[in-house]
Ligand binder design. Structure first.
Ligand SMILES: [Zn+2]
Length: 268
């Protein structure tokens, strides 16, 4: 079956992963900017990373027949250093015209600190000024509910932001309704160890009638699974979901959100 991988950190993955995803039916990949697993020492490190996301990685993906898109930001984990964050945010506008850039992300919170909140507001302002889509990372485990509330407050307080142009990722059972009820899109991240397992995600799909919802693997340099979405397809099949309903969840829904950026071309 065809599917879109709307959240994958391919700079950390091998060519075998690209092959496996293409064979499994992947039609396009979107890569948000994120933490490298270590703190970059200066804004120049981010400049090089943005070049990698907008220039090198699309060429690598193309070798496997896969369109590659990306999102740009300084991730919440490195946002504690506000001066560095300001320098990085100042670099972003020159990349926004690149043909594969879909918006600002994955922004959000990690430990819910004041500095992280300040940098989140700066990113939201940047997205509003340049009319960009937004992809949001929510914190893990015990910080998730509080962090999700804080993030939604920041987004709702900025009147320029339209909720249907924002996806809040890594939702779980205790945050999905907050997000959907406020008019935002919700992303479920399928992770082998933390975040959300495949059966839990499919439970949430069944409870939320498949609207404004997508699934992703968020595969990166850690223990993660680039084939998590096709595994969710298998689980939906096993539970008796129709091919049309699975296609809506794993292909049409992400395409509907992403197409709000005219640069995203729905694969045919
Ligand atoms: Zn991510």
């Amino acid at each position: 079956m065809r599917y879109l991988e709307p959240h994958a950190h391919m700079v950390s993955r091998t060519t075998d992963d690209y092959t496996a995803m293409a064979l499994a039916g992947c039609q396009a990949i979107c890569e948000p900017a994120f933490w490298a697993g270590f703190d970059r020492s200066s804004a120049r490190g981010f400049y090089d990373y943005f070049c990698q996301l907008t220039d090198h990685e699309p060429k690598r993906a193309a070798k496997f027949g896969l369109p590659h898109y990306c999102w740009l930001c300084i991730n919440p984990k490195e946002a504690e250093d506000v001066k560095l964050a300001e320098e990085v945010i100042a670099l972003i506008p020159q990349f926004l015209e690149k043909p594969n850039v879909l918006g600002i992300g994955e922004i959000g919170l990690n430990k819910n600190t004041r500095n992280e909140l300040m940098v989140l507001e700066k990113h939201v302002d940047l997205a509003a000024r340049y009319n960009q889509l937004i992809l949001v990372h929510t914190p893990h485990l015990e910080d998730k509910l509080k962090g999700t509330r804080l993030i939604l407050d920041v987004l709702k307080n900025d009147r320029r932001i339209r909720p249907e142009r924002v996806i809040i990722d890594h939702v779980e059972e205790h945050t999905i309704d907050l997000v959907l009820d406020a008019g935002f899109w919700a992303g479920m991240t399928l992770y082998p160890e933390s975040k959300c397992s495949v059966p839990r995600a499919v439970d949430m799909v069944e409870e939320h009638a498949k609207g404004r919802l997508w699934m992703n693997s968020a595969c990166d340099w850690g223990v993660s699974d680039p084939l998590a979405v096709p595994k969710a397809i298998l689980e939906m099949k096993r539970r008796g979901h129709s091919a049309a309903s699975i296609d809506r969840m794993v292909f049409q829904n992400p395409a509907r959100f992403l197409s709000q950026c005219p640069k995203f071309k729905t694969p045919v």
